[in-house]
Design a protein around this ligand. Structure first.
Ligand code: UT7
Length: 330
């Protein structure tokens, strides 16, 4: 599978730490020093998840030089769909990608990486040729804006990568690992409310609706700084890759302290750690493709560059992939 295009989209409105401190008991200094976040984008009424995901996917389509009819598969990684029955078909409709099958995949902040790996299986088996993989989230819908321990962390956004089947010499997914640990699910949840309404006689029916995001920040932090280096080590060893061979670390953007800790574990210079947390906060499934698009478009990531990527978060779930960026082919 070759990575031949990318795109991203973020809402227009940005909220700084200072602005947030007018709403909830927090301050810029705490948020900056504990997380690295300075601002986040928040979707307005005309910026649905479908809209952001479609804009990101259209940009990836254009970058790859494809037409909508070239696309066989659209995979949308999200935990904040517009429609629980699936938002990917809405994106497919918006793009006019009539031949593509489109479906959602949910694995929280690991979602984009899991979706990219899933797409690679369809392309590698020869059943499909071209896919758009999207990571998009609008967690502003699901945070409790009065809970300072979570609301300062998240933002909205979308990113997408165009991938196509290729020969072994152009392969851009050199190895991967994926993990889940449901025994630690309670550390980070956006869970269905336990609300039941009378139906008939003694019978009740559960009502739909979700409780705001709840997180044990310290537990998730410890999980990330333990598991991300471990899974990356395993992957580098399995692929015979030395950390010095990496051009970039492309990690899920949750906390600058996590990014730095992972880099230090591999003695990778902090200048090789891609980070845009300061501007966008944690956009969940969107962070990795949003970051990749920025670094490709500003010329930091060049064709042939090797990137070690890792996503981690609710589930708990985590994964890693060794990627080689190719960019648009003529
Ligand atoms: O994308 C999914 C993956 N998610 C993550 O990777 C998140 C991982 N966790 C983290 O990044 C960090 O745990 C946080 C940034 C969420 C929190 O940082 P922390 O250093 O673990 O802080 P803490 O939760 O231990 O809280 C320390 C203090 C507490 O006050 P006391 O009890 O020491 O008086 C909190 O009440 O900071 C307080 N606090 C705040 N103060 C100002 C918590 N949130 C805030 C806030 N503003 N927004």
């Amino acid at each position: 599978m070759a990575l031949v295009g990318c795109g991203s989209a973020v809402p227009a409105a940005s909220i700084t730490n200072q602005q947030l401190s007018e709403r909830v008991d927090t301050n810029d200094e705490w948020i900056r020093t504990r997380t690295g976040i300075r601002a986040r984008r928040i979707a307005g009424p005309s910026e649905s998840l479908t809209c952001l995901a479609s804009r990101a996917a259209q940009a990836a389509l254009d970058h790859a030089g494809w037409s909508p009819d070239d696309v066989d598969l659209i995979l949308l990684a999200t935990s904040s769909p517009d429609d629980l029955f699936g938002t990917a078909p809405r994106v497919q409709g918006t793009l006019g990608a009539r031949r593509a099958v489109a479906f959602d995949l949910t694995a929280a902040c690991s979602g984009f990486l899991f979706a990219l790996i899933t797409a690679s299986q369809y392309l590698g088996s020869g059943t499909m040729k071209r896919a758009l993989v999207i990571g998009a989230d609008q967690l502003s819908r699901w945070v409790d804006w009065d809970d300072r321990s979570t609301c300062v962390l998240f933002g909205d956004g979308a990113g997408s990568v165009a991938v196509e089947a290729c020969g072994a010499q152009d392969n851009g997914l050199l190895g991967f690992r994926m993990r889940s640990d449901g025994s630690r699910n309670g550390c980070l949840t956006l869970a269905q409310l336990d609300k039941h309404a009378p139906l008939l006689g003694e019978l009740t029916a559960q009502r739909g609706g979700f409780a705001p995001i709840q997180m044990n920040g310290q537990e998730v932090y410890k999980f990330a700084v333990r598991e991300v280096p471990a899974i990356l080590s395993e992957l580098l060893e399995a692929t015979g890759t030395a950390p010095e061979q990496l051009d970039w670390l492309l990690l899920h953007q949750a906390n600058q302290r996590i990014l730095d800790a992972v880099a230090d574990r591999f003695a990778i210079d902090h200048s090789q750690v891609l980070s845009n947390l300061a501007l966008y906060g944690n956009t969940s499934a969107a962070t990795i493709p949003l970051m990749l698009d920025e670094a490709v478009k500003d010329g930091r990531v060049q064709p042939g560059h090797l990137l070690a990527s890792s996503g981690f978060g609710a589930g708990l779930s985590w994964g890693a992939a060794l990627l080689r960026w190719q960019g648009p082919t003529d």
